[in-house]
Design a binder for this molecule. Structure first.
Ligand SMILES: C[S@@+](CC[C@H](N)C(=O)[O-])C[C@H]1O[C@@H](n2cnc3c(N)ncnc32)[C@H](O)[C@@H]1O
Length: 270
């Protein structure tokens, strides 16, 4: 791979940013983000740990800025909220909701443009998605550097367990309808359609795009966080509404679709 093609190169970042630009055109319609309404956003805020008064918060991979807007409404709790996103279009949309204390910066989470600055909290909702391992490690390291000691990292990351469970329930349904095992599995793969799914590595292509994203085992994400010096990690299920599972074309199974809601704190310096 030439230097220009490395996952952190400006060329790759431009391509990645452009893919998210395209998605942002009809963001909530295209990726079916569950956080398009006040109600769902408030549910997410309720899960967050309490930050110090007037905390300085970074929304890493802020997308179209729904969370910036929600944090702004809670201005007695948060101060100095900064949004960061690679996609020009996402940043433009996010800027439409900001006031002077809330800035939106276009940049890469793996190399954030905040030299010497520290945050009380970094929030990354469905944005630690890179399918490249080195890039992912760089992003997690940069989250750790950006936090003051004791600062909070809050993330929502896609769950590999949940994705596999949904496919397993679908297989069961086909078997219950009388398919033999081989046919049932073939039908499940048909359902995935062009979304290339690698259940071993935990990678999947987002529907109707070429964007590959990483899904995480619960223990896997906790281990990566430990590796970059984060402490006290908790990983709990964040369950999506049944209507959303259906619109994703997944059966809802017994347990519905969920992702991992992760909280941890940066360990002491040195
Ligand atoms: C699935 S969207 C989630 C956005 C928002 N947090 C939400 O919950 O709706 C992922 C966002 O992460 C951004 N992103 C992906 N990789 C990034 C990177 N390396 N640096 C900055 N932003 C990135 C994308 O541009 C996109 O806006």
């Amino acid at each position: 791979m030439s230097t220009d093609e490395s996952p952190n190169s400006p060329l790759c970042n431009r391509r990645l940013g452009a893919s998210w630009d395209t998605l942002s055109e009809n963001y909530f319609g295209r990726i079916l983000s569950p956080f398009g309404t006040k109600r769902s956003t408030n549910a997410l805020l309720e899960l967050m740990p309490s930050f110090p008064p007037f905390a300085r918060v970074l929304d890493a991979g802020c997308g179209n800025g729904y969370l910036l807007d929600a944090l702004r409404r809670r201005r007695n709790v948060f101060d100095g909220v900064v949004g960061l996103d690679l996609s020009h279009t996402m940043c433009t949309t996010a800027r439409q909701t900001r006031d002077s204390r809330y800035s939106v910066i276009q940049g890469d989470m793996a190399h954030p443009p905040f030299k010497g600055q520290r945050f009380d909290a970094v929030i990354a909702i469905n944005s630690l998605l890179s399918a490249d391992r080195r890039k992912r490690d760089n992003i997690l390291r940069s989250f750790s550097w950006l936090l003051r000691p004791g600062g909070h990292l809050v993330m929502l990351v896609p769950s590999l367990e949940s994705y596999n469970e949904q496919l397993m329930y679908l297989r069961e349904e086909y078997m219950a309808e009388g398919c033999d095992e081989r046919t049932a599995i073939a039908h499940v793969y048909d359902t995935l359609n062009e979304r290339l799914f690698d259940p071993i590595g935990g990678y999947v292509t987002i529907a109707r795009t070429t964007l590959r994203v990483k899904l995480y085992y619960r223990q896997e994400i906790a281990t990566y966080l430990e590796d970059v010096g984060m402490r006290g990690t908790t990983v709990v299920r964040y369950s999506y509404p049944a209507a959303m599972c259906r619109s994703l074309g997944m059966t809802c199974g017994r347990d519905g679709l969920y992702d991992w809601f992760v909280t941890c704190r940066r360990g002491p310096e040195g």
